[in-house]
Write a protein that binds this ligand. Structure first.
Ligand code: SF4
Ligand code: SF4
Length: 439
């Protein structure tokens, strides 16, 4: 049997996926009020295309921008715009948002494009559909997908890799998508391959998802050039550099993009969204979200309308009491949110409600120079020094030690026996280095 592939470094946090991985995706109730932040992607924020008092339809474009790196936003219900004002965002900030009161009718726009078969679509048409559908990376990065489909002229793209690793603990939304919609995922991969003019496609999946590997292998059996690649279970197997290394053996040098080594990476959920947009001519209006954690009564994966609040979903799943912490995403790379009034945006993969005991700050001790943080860093950095430079504000030194190559995976903090907040300090210092460069 072929050995599952992987990368050097990384760590093995407890999976905590058992409570949701075998449950079918259920439909989340559609709330009475939905909130659409104007920035749901990496890149320029959108500008509103509607005003307070306007009636909107489900699927109507309500915000867009002429900026290159941007994706339009669509209403996920029909109803009335009741406010355009700052609202809390799942990234912890307050940003402008369009607020829509749901009229419960779900009156939907006509498809923005006539559905066509893959053979009839040109690469340029695919790029346009993906942009108009507002599709961004659904694995959490939220990078506008259409922009990835037009790589820079110097890049010679040879393959598309779909990321089905889902290495973050607790999260199983990709797992369930692969098990329940394998044909859609494979169809999305074929569409992305056509847009990029390549004939090699890979789907990397960690071996703790044998049902997903079986379903995808069966779905892609009819197509040449597409292959499922079993990956070892290790964090951060799903980060781009580590995924590319595991699947192709290619190193992604620091400060380079996957396109520079001939690869475009997309999440499996993104591929499914691309296939749905092409098949229906309707934009991205919903996504699968894992709601889990020890404080959740009924952990599950829900198909959620974009704009539904965390509070709506936690009410649906039930809470066992007052959580100590609510996290947007997984525990390794996710962010704690200060309020459950934040909405699900396109990049929200999971909502975790953890207990007071799980979230309490353990006492930080002095560094004992054990070197564990260095051993696990998948970017071959020296987190022990980076953490110290960050704490002391030594930004020049931090830059000299390549702090900007840190992908904030959190492996160093996870293994540190002294519980030093390495990634938190590194993240702050990175912002400082970037701000200094900007000046
Ligand atoms: S230094 Fe950055 S890349 Fe390296 S383990 Fe820590 S968070 Fe991950
Ligand atoms: S893992 Fe923690 S204690 Fe060990 S060298 Fe790194 S910072 Fe120091």
């Amino acid at each position: 049997m072929t050995r599952a592939k992987t990368f050097v470094g990384g760590t093995y946090p407890a999976h905590n996926k058992d409570r949701t991985k075998a449950q079918p995706i259920a439909l989340a109730p559609v709330p009475e009020v939905l909130i659409y932040p104007l920035c749901q992607h990496i890149g320029a924020p959108c500008e509103p295309l509607v005003a307070v008092g306007d009636r909107v339809l489900r699927g109507q474009k309500i915000a867009d921008s002429t900026a290159k790196i941007c994706a339009p936003i669509h209403s996920s219900v029909s109803g009335k715009v009741i406010a355009i004002e700052p609202r809390p965002h799942p990234n912890g900030q307050s940003t402008m948002a369009i607020v829509v009161e749901n009229d419960g009718l779900d009156e939907t726009v006509a498809p923005f494009v006539e559905p066509k078969g893959l053979d009839e679509l040109s690469p340029a048409e695919i790029v346009e559909i993906v942009r108009e559908a507002g599709i961004v990376g659904l694995g959490g990065a939220a990078f506008p997908t259409h922009f990835k489909l037009v790589p820079p002229p110097h890049a010679k793209i040879e393959m598309v890799i779909l990321n089905g690793a889902e290495c973050e603990p607790y999260l199983t939304c990709d797992h369930r998508t692969m098990v329940e919609k394998p044909e859609l995922v494979v169809q999305g991969l074929r569409i992305l391959m056509k847009a990029l003019g390549v004939n090699q496609g890979y789907i990397g999946v960690e071996v703790n998802k044998p049902d997903a590997i079986a379903a995808l292998s069966s779905a892609c059996a009819a197509y040449s050039g597409i292959q499922v690649v079993p990956l070892q279970v290790k964090y951060p197997q799903g980060s781009e550099a580590q995924l590319i290394k595991a699947v192709t053996g290619r190193e992604l040098p620091a400060k380079k993009l996957p396109a520079d080594v001939g690869v475009i990476v997309n999440n499996v959920g993104t591929a499914a969204a691309v296939a749905e947009a092409v098949q229906t001519g309707l934009p991205l209006m919903e996504r699968v979200v894992t709601i889990s954690g020890s404080m959740v009564e009924r952990p599950q994966n829900l198909l959620v309308r974009i704009g539904t609040t965390f509070g709506d979903l936690l009410t649906e799943c039930g809470l066992k009491g007052q959580p100590g912490k609510i996290i947007n995403g997984g525990p390794m790379m996710g962010m704690t949110v200060g309020t459950i009034d934040v909405p699900v945006t396109k990049g929200v993969t999971g909502i975790l409600a953890l207990s007071e005991a799980e979230s309490c700050q353990l006492e930080v001790g002095p560094c004992i120079r054990c070197g564990r943080c260095v051993d696990v860093c998948p970017m071959f950095l020296l987190p022990v020094f980076l953490g110290q430079f960050a704490e002391r504000g030594m930004l020049d030194k931090a830059e000299e030690y390549h702090i900007l190559d840190c992908q904030e995976c959190g492996c160093c903090s996870y293994v540190c026996p002294a519980r030093r907040p390495l990634v938190q300090n590194i993240r702050l210092a990175k912002s400082g280095v970037l701000a200094k460069r900007h000046q």
